[in-house]
Design a protein around this ligand. Structure first.
Ligand code: UP5
Ligand code: MG
Length: 195
């Protein structure tokens, strides 16, 4: 008998809401493959920005905290998914960013099994990103880009969350708390809804 299609979980939330942190925990606990769309784009942009005009433009866009073009993003996701080894599931961190991307993902890839929305206050998001900027230095962790990321998030998220709510696909969790507390909620939800 053929294996069932891997479960697809999307993790969305503001910059610094803990998407990366929690998605990795999900992948570890459930044996799912992990994929960060932001990381995918950053790697590709660092690799290609000097040799390729399209990617040099995308590098500027991302470094400013804006969204890369939708079709490029979907193409990268598709390619990555095809290369992912067999798994029970895939957890996708940081995608989609708006309703257009959600529609395009469903149209070209699949309907997600569950969307996890990590809800966090603005002040907490800023606090976490500032702290990480001091420690690491991601190209878009500069004050101007952080502001752009927060603004874009605020503009796009209400309609995006509403879209998934209408389809009964989303669960919203309070992400202002300790990592472990947030993950406890996530794993209870996944145990309930997916298995
Ligand atoms: N931290 C995490 N959880 C904590 C907790 N519960 N308590 C205390 N501290 C906590 O966490 C952020 C920081 O907070 C870390 O230092 C962590 O230890 C701490 P993290 O797990 O990294 O949060 P995350 O939500 O992943 O934050 P990130 O900065 O990665 O979010 P962004 O949405 O900004 O980044 P992403 O990589 O998804 O996207 C970056 C850019 O890529 C976008 O701005 C855009 O330009 C581009 N992009 C697209 O164009 N299209 C896409 O589809 C996706 C991305
Ligand atoms: Mg991240």
């Amino acid at each position: 008998p053929s294996r069932p299609r891997p479960k697809v979980i999307l993790v969305i939330g503001g910059p610094g809401s803990g998407k990366g942190t929690q998605s990795l925990k999900i992948a570890e606990r459930y044996g799912f493959q992990y994929m960060s769309v932001g990381e995918l784009l950053r790697k590709k942009m660092i690799h290609n920005a000097t040799s390729n005009r399209k990617w040099s433009l995308i590098a500027k866009i991302i470094t400013n905290g804006e969204l890369a073009p939708q079709e490029t993003t979907i193409t990268e996701i598709k390619q990555k998914i095809m290369k992912i080894p067999d798994a029970n599931g895939i957890v996708i961190d940081g995608f989609p960013r708006d309703v257009g991307q959600a529609l395009s993902f469903e149209d070209q890839i699949c309907t997600p099994d569950l969307v996890v929305f990590l809800a966090c206050t603005n002040s907490r998001l800023k606090e976490r990103l500032q702290k990480r900027a001091e420690q690491q230095g991601r190209p878009d962790d500069n004050p101007k880009a952080i502001d752009r990321r927060l603004t874009n998030f605020k503009q796009n998220t209400i309609p995006l969350v509403k879209y998934f709510q209408e389809r009964g696909l989303i669960v919203t969790l309070e992400a202002d708390r300790d990592e472990e507390e947030v993950f406890c909620d996530i794993s209870m939800t996944l145990d309930n809804k997916l298995f």
